[in-house]
Design a protein around this ligand. Structure first.
Ligand SMILES: [Zn+2]
Length: 308
């Protein structure tokens, strides 16, 4: 019975992947193997190894195999004629769409390592389908959802020594830095006055609108963030505003970690109507971890937004 079931599912698979041009079968194989960050390898491994994929290009189809190791992944495209020079779109379709995102890419991206597999990762928020969906929305402003890493890590934060009335703005930013590092479990931001890149607090006397905001100031030649300024004025100055300035600083550091958008979820520090929580949510931590782990230059828009 078990064998029959296996044969049946194998037939279904064969049917779905079989080359349309059966008169000219090719047995060429394309293997694209790439090293990845250990954290990304762990994420991939948690979704299980999946041998059952199909590729499709210009009407041709074939089996694709995904192999994962502790520091690399490889795509193996069977019956794929890599001599055919073209810029056609390649679709990699997983058998299990609940586990993996469908991937739409090009030959060049496959070869360059800009088409890693992406597991469907859970999100607590009911406003988004999954973690990828959330990350796409948070990074479409400014980064067009293309993974863009800072020029170095940890990200230095220059807090200086600014006081507005009863509020020590610099202490608030230091506090926010600690909150992020505790949430991550490692040092992602580091208070450091003497490094010319990173995040810098800028204070201008007087009221400003919005009351606190971050601005990208400098990129390197490849478009990676080098310097961002957090601008503060005197909007938070009386002794009842401590809670609000602390939340606002944590919010701005989420932007500094490349989540440039605002969230529809009121439980997120990035909530579009202003933060009403003190710390980043697990969703935001997971999103930033994924962003940091994926290869620089990978487009999140290459992955299907839906589960089917
Ligand atoms: Zn904001």
């Amino acid at each position: 019975m078990r064998t029959k079931l296996l044969l049946f599912s194998l037939t279904l698979l064969l049917g779905s992947c079989h080359s349309i041009d059966s008169t000219a079968p090719s047995h060429a194989v394309l293997v694209a193997q790439h090293t990845i960050e250990p954290e990304f390898a762990v994420l991939l491994a948690s979704s299980g190894n999946s041998a059952s994929w199909c590729w499709e290009k210009s009407g041709d189809t074939g089996f694709a195999e995904l192999e994962l190791s502790s520091n690399s992944y490889s795509w193996k495209l069977n019956d794929y004629n890599s001599h055919r020079k073209d810029s056609s779109i390649i679709t990699l379709q997983p058998e299990n769409t609940l586990t993996w995102h469908c991937l739409t890419t090009t030959h060049a991206k496959l070869v360059a390592g800009l088409a890693p597999p992406l597991p469907v990762l859970q999100i607590d928020s009911t406003e988004y389908t999954n973690l990828h969906h959330f990350l796409v929305e948070m990074t479409s402003p400014r980064y067009n959802s293309v993974v863009t890493h800072w020029v170095g890590e940890p990200i230095p934060v220059q807090v200086d020594n600014f006081v507005s009335g009863f509020i020590n703005l610099s202490d608030a930013l230091s506090h926010a830095t600690n909150i992020w590092n505790e949430a991550f479990g490692y040092t992602v931001f580091e208070v450091n006055q003497f490094i010319p890149w990173g995040v810098r607090l800028i204070y201008t006397p007087g009221m400003q609108s919005p009351p606190l905001y971050i601005r990208g100031v400098r990129l390197d030649d490849s478009g990676h963030p080098m310097l961002m300024h957090i601008h503060a004025g005197d909007n938070y100055s009386n002794n009842h505003t401590n809670i609000w300035i602390n939340r606002a600083m944590v919010h701005e550091l989420a932007h500094a970690a490349c989540l440039w958008g605002h969230s529809r979820d009121r439980n997120h520090i990035l909530w579009e109507n202003g933060p009403i929580v003190d710390t980043p949510s697990d969703d935001e931590i997971r999103a930033i971890r994924l962003w940091r782990a994926m290869p620089d230059g990978t487009s999140l828009l290459d992955y299907s937004l839906t589960d089917f």
